[in-house]
Write a protein that binds this ligand. Structure first.
Ligand code: NAD
Length: 497
């Protein structure tokens, strides 16, 4: 059986780990690998290496760090097929979708290639007579990232390329469900010329996470995962005096206005609700049908959901792959059972799907609920599977109220032809990422990614300009060069004259 180890100081190592986790191929249901579950001592050793590496990496001119990024970009492109297959084999999503997610990660590396421009700082001549002032951004030290299963390449790449380009060193703790891609990404970075110890991958579970949160030499923690764990990370890291950004779960609403291009909206919704089997934090899991559009929407959607091609991620005909693990499949099925019990109308039931030759894979077909009410648990909680709930709202105000009152505020979209409605929606909605006739409004690399409310704990969003701010600290220098006249001591608060 394949053994997935750690990557520390430029080498694959086994460390002190005794425990192992199981890694499955979700398409077949077979356990193809096991992953080492690291210990506190594995983590501490990785941090020691990262701390040492910081001394020289942080002093490299940004242009030299950028050159390593350029080389890394080339290597990711060259190895994209292998990386994509690693994603498919452990996560289960279909090949083209996996490749798209890798490209979105690659775009962060491309953004990081321009780091000298981002680190230029600000300068003011003569803030006072003969006094100049400038602000610079310096790296923090050793940073850490803890990532979820649903984007095994993209989410780690939201973090480490930005942190490293800014001059930090990094410890990545990927999801134990699909860790192979992270190890390969780290190996490629070394091949690109990244010095040993700058990027380290320590595999594991809560034991390594807790070791990260309490390690005195880790300056900042980036987390992406479910809301209860995000809250725990935020509180514990802050208590241990670390900078922290912790992105949590979601329940994204797509508002369908009666004047919209319904076919465009339905195509958008299909991809946003069922793409990656709904295992995306930006998946649209609630469609809010406004006014009289509901029946038409549900009838048209139902036909498309029934026709969804479910199959292994490597099959070119598959539109939707399996879920990540058997446990997750049971959880999602449990939510569908619950929705029926709560009285929602299950229009399409994907629970009993069977695939010939893949009987043990973790598959569920697309599920569609109509007449979901706001007090139902299937409306309030994140399901993270291919289950779309249609909620009926009498008008725009009722639709936006639903969204604004929801616990989560990650992403949302509206389909309409009315510019005023679109603009009002964008302005008033309490959500971090908004689409207007765009189904999945994931910001590109040179903007930043993040939700509101219980979808993000912390102050800064990820990657882009916010990433640079998160991974650097600001220093402002004020200077005067004596011009021969010595000044007398001043005992009052200095103001610039
Ligand atoms: P998860 O919270 O179970 O795990 C995320 C990470 O936390 C993993 O590395 C895991 O090992 C670690 N972890 C799990 N339990 C822990 C514990 N008790 N103590 C310490 N660490 C622990 O999330 P997941 O199931 O891997 O991913 C799915 C979730 O991630 C969904 O809720 C999804 O919405 C969310 N997500 C959010 C975003 C976003 O940008 N907001 C992006 C992707 C995924």
């Amino acid at each position: 059986m394949n053994l997935i180890q750690h990557y520390i100081d430029g080498k694959v190592v086994s460390g002190d780990s005794k425990r192992k986790g199981k890694v499955f191929n979700p398409a077949t249901g077979n356990q193809d690998s096991e992953v080492l579950l690291g210990t506190k001592s594995d983590l501490d050793k990785a941090v020691d290496h990262a701390k040492k590496a910081f001394l020289s990496w942080s002093t490299k001119p940004p242009i030299q760090r950028a050159r390593v990024m350029f080389k890394y970009k080339e290597l990711i492109e060259k190895n994209s097929d292998e990386l994509t297959k690693l994603i498919v084999s452990e996560h289960g999503k279909v090949y083209e979708d996996a490749k798209g997610s890798l490209t979105r990660g690659l775009e962060i590396v491309e953004f990081a290639c321009g780091i000298p421009q981002m680190l230029k700082g600000e300068f003011t001549e003569n803030v006072g007579t003969d006094i100049d002032s400038w602000s610079i951004r310096q790296p923090l030290g050793v940073c850490a990232g803890i990532t979820p299963f649903n984007f095994p390449a993209m989410v780690p790449m939201w973090m480490f390329p930005m942190a490293i380009a800014c001059g930090n060193t990094f410890i990545l703790k990927p999801s134990e469900k699909d860790p192979s891609c992270s190890i390969r990404l780290a190996e490629l970075f070394t091949e690109a010329g990244l010095p040993e110890g700058v990027l380290n991958v320590v595999n594991g579970d809560k034991e390594v996470v807790d070791a990260i949160l309490t390690n005195k030499d880790i300056q900042a923690v980036s987390f992406v995962g479910s809301t209860p764990i995000a809250k725990y990370i935020y509180e514990t890291a802050a208590k241990n005096e670390k900078r922290v950004q912790a992105l949590g779960g979601a329940k994204n609403h797509c508002v369908i206005m009666p004047d919209c291009d319904l076919d465009q909206a339905i195509n958008g919704l299909m991809g946003a609700a069922y793409g990656s089997a709904g295992e995306r934090c930006m998946a649209q899991s609630v469609a809010v049908a406004v006014g009289n559009v509901g029946d038409k929407l549900v009838n048209k959607l139902a036909k498309k959901v029934e026709a969804l091609k479910v199959g292994p991620g490597m099959d070119k005909n598959s539109e939707m792959g399996p879920l990540v693990t058997k446990e997750h499949l049971e959880k999602v099925k449990g939510y569908v059972d619950l929705g029926v019990k709560e009285g929602a109308n299950l229009v399409v039931d994907g629970r009993n799907i069977k695939l010939q030759g893949y009987e043990n894979g973790f598959y569920i077909g697309g599920c569609l609920f109509d007449n979901v009410k706001k007090d139902m648990r299937i409306y309030k909680e994140e399901i993270f599977g291919p289950v779309l709930s249609v909620v009926r709202a009498k008008d725009f105000d009722e639709a936006t109220k639903l969204i604004n009152e929801h616990e989560f505020g990650n992403g949302t979209s509206i389909y309409t032809r009315d510019g005023d409605v679109g603009r009002t929606f964008a302005s008033k909605i309490k959500v971090g990422m908004v689409g207007i006739n765009i189904p999945i409004p994931v910001p590109v690399a040179f903007h930043s990614f993040g939700g509101w409310k219980r979808s993000l704990f912390g102050d800064q969003h990820m990657h882009g300009p916010e990433g640079v701010r998160f991974y650097t600290k600001l220093k402002t220098i004020t200077s005067r060069w004596p011009s021969g006249v010595r000044s007398n001591p001043e005992f009052v608060m200095p103001t610039m004259k």
